[in-house]
Design a binder for this molecule. Structure first.
Ligand SMILES: Cc1ncc(COP(=O)(O)O)c(C=O)c1O
Length: 479
């Protein structure tokens, strides 16, 4: 079979002169920087078209479907974002009803906004010990569907950014009983398929549509993702149409070829690569679980707070038994040990491990955490700083007063954050990462929410969404 990434490589060397886009003309001397211009082409002969795939791109999509065991697969050069927008848009009619976990990524909220959907939220359980979101259980989905018989689609995130996996097979049985599609945002779980060390993929567990970011956990370029269709509950034509709407009409061949190369590699060497990776990961996890001041979230969360399984490639280090907070630990790891973390929150930092990690890299993280843990254990108890409330969770239930689109498009006015209590928000607020809204347009602003905002600002966390970047004012729905 001709492979996209190999053909692109061949083409970059064949000497054809480009009288076509892009404007760099594959000439590296057009800028003073090193970009892979020689492989950056447009839809020329032999290279198919993502929005009307019939040749080499269709083959790559078929290959992805085969690799994951889905019926059909669509490549996305606009991340899981475009895949989620398309999955939702194709599954529910404009203005229809969606049942979604409240801890969904902002892309899902944007789909709700664009299609003017009516969301019903399920708030995940909270893991008391750590204050992170737990799972969504089949019984809660069942109850919500019985109470709202007009819901047309269900969407949950599994694994979450923290690695929490819900009982997807159980939820899929419930949605199948109602004959409605289940979309699983598996953006952080594209690696599940390649090792039993990780939870099962939603593709194998009865989900109808599954979205995966290749770039998050596999060796693939940023922005690359796939949308799997696993049943006939949602039409392939409709998915193709929406993928065409939400993606560029000039999709990057470098990104598409990167997905193709990733799949080829996984097919040929994935088993050995993942064996090596999970062996190294297992070894460091075993050591890190012995640390007592900097605690690693571990699989013993399974069975609590709706957690069905746990993705052990997410390394969450909790600081609540030390003198540090998440930001401080992040800074020590970065400035002293030259280790760049994925993110920090109030009381933890997250490191993401993947098959791209070297044994040496993982060991550096392990030794750094052990060293910080040693230092912390020598500090006297009184020194332990407690400026963060115990069992803190940023995801407090909010009262939904109006729809997202209604709130965003109503007359609005700006008001100081402190004076906004009781008013209806016209804006989103996220902690970034992970980009899960802590406030959604149409929700009523509470005193607790404003208090939490102060805490995040004091702790230097990255708050996004408000048009006022200082976060001092917020747009509320006007009179
Ligand atoms: C759970 C989840 N879903 C979807 C996305 C969007 O993915 P992408 O960045 O590939 O568009 C993210 C991004 O962080 C995410 O965390």
């Amino acid at each position: 079979m001709e492979r996209l990434y190999k053909e692109l490589e061949k083409y970059s060397r064949n000497g054809d002169y480009p009288f076509h886009m892009p404007g760099h003309k594959r000439n590296p001397l057009t800028v003073d920087a090193d970009f892979p211009f020689e492989r950056d082409i447009t839809e020329i002969d032999g290279f198919d078209n993502l929005h009307h795939p019939q040749g080499i791109i269709l083959d790559a999509q078929k290959e992805a479907a085969q690799l994951y065991g889905s019926r059909e697969c669509f490549l996305s050069v606009n991340g899981s974002t475009a895949a989620l927008l398309s999955a939702v848009s194709a599954s529910v009619k404009r203005g229809g009803q969606i049942l979604m976990a409240r801890n969904c990524h902002k892309a899902v909220y944007h789909a709700v906004y664009l299609r003017d959907l009516k969301p019903t939220y399920i708030y995940p359980h909270i893991v008391d010990e750590f204050g992170i979101n737990g799972g969504i259980t089949p019984s809660r989905v069942k109850r919500a569907l019985e109470e709202n018989p007009d819901i047309e689609v269900v969407l949950v995130t599994s694994p979450t950014y923290d690695g929490v996996v819900s009982d997807i097979a159980g939820i899929a049985r419930v949605t199948a009983e109602h004959n409605i599609p289940l979309i699983v945002d598996e953006a952080h779980g594209a690696h599940f398929r390649f090792s039993d060390y990780f939870p099962g993929s939603a593709v194998d567990l009865g989900a109808d549509l599954v979205v995966q970011s290749f770039h998050k956990t596999l060796p693939s370029m940023t922005q690359t993702a796939v949308l799997h269709r696993c049943s006939d509950r949602v039409s392939g034509e409709s998915l193709q149409r929406f993928m065409g709407i939400y993606q560029s009409s000039s999709p990057s061949y470098i990104l598409m070829a990167s997905m193709d190369a990733c799949m080829d590699k996984m097919k040929r060497d994935g088993r050995e690569m993942f064996q090596e990776f999970t062996k190294n990961l297992g070894e460091i996890r075993e050591r890190l679980e012995k640390c007592s001041c900097i605690r690693l979230a571990a699989s013993d969360m399974i069975g609590h707070a709706g957690i069905f399984d746990y993705d052990r490639s997410k390394l969450l280090f909790f600081t609540d038994r030390s003198s540090l907070n998440g930001r401080m630990l992040h800074e020590i790891l970065s400035s002293e040990f030259h280790l760049q973390m994925e993110m920090d929150s109030l009381n933890y930092v997250t490191a993401i491990a993947s098959v791209g990690d070297t044994g040496e890299g993982l060991m550096r993280l392990c030794e750094a955490i052990e060293e910080i843990d040693r230092r912390e254990s020598l500090k006297i108890r009184e020194e332990k700083k407690k400026d963060i409330p115990e069992k803190f969770s940023p995801y407090i239930p909010m009262k939904q007063i109006s729809g997202i689109a209604d709130a965003m498009e109503a007359p609005m006015k700006r008001c100081p954050l402190e004076e906004s209590i009781g008013r209806v928000s016209a804006e989103f607020v996220y902690l970034y990462p992970p980009g899960i809204p802590i406030l959604v347009p149409g929700e009523q602003i509470t005193g607790q929410f404003v208090k939490n905002m102060r805490l995040y600002m004091d702790q230097g966390l990255d708050l996004q969404g408000l048009s006022d970047y200082t976060n001092k004012t917020i747009c509320i729905v006007g009179e």
